[in-house]
Design a binder for this molecule. Sequence first.
Ligand code: 5GP
Length: 138
Amino acid sequence: MSYDPDNIFAKILGGEIPCHKVYEDDDTLVFMDIMPRIDGHVLVIPKTPCRNMLDASADQLAAVMATVQKVSQAMMAAYGADGITLQQFNEPAGGQEVYHLHFHILPRREGDKIRPPGQMADHADLAAEADKIRAALA
Ligand code: 5GP
């Protein structure tokens, strides 16, 4: 399996498709998932191409995980969360739908429920969630 440079996250990185950006550094980008499973659901991606965890370099994985931790810590404060759920899928059989490496971060509170997949969020709501996480990162 090779990297498809026309995948949707490559288009977000290239500025062809908008996103609600939460954070970026030299190596990684964080933005709101357009179909959030819970309020605050973000995606962390490397800025350089790789299809998923299986073909990622050690440097790409290290950069992405450092950002996952940084944003997760900010989310614990921003959402008064009790925990964090990470999700990461590889290839169709593993549940992957977009073929550019990404980690899902979901802030969790005791007893909350994850929404079913496929529910598009309102853009104003996503913008508000992005503002909230950015404020906690500042
Ligand atoms: P996975 O590949 O991990 O199964 O899922 C891909 C994730 O990307 C899904 O949670 C989906 O909601 C999200 N997604 C798909 N297309 C877009 C998009 O155009 N923008 C954003 N922000 N998220 C997307």
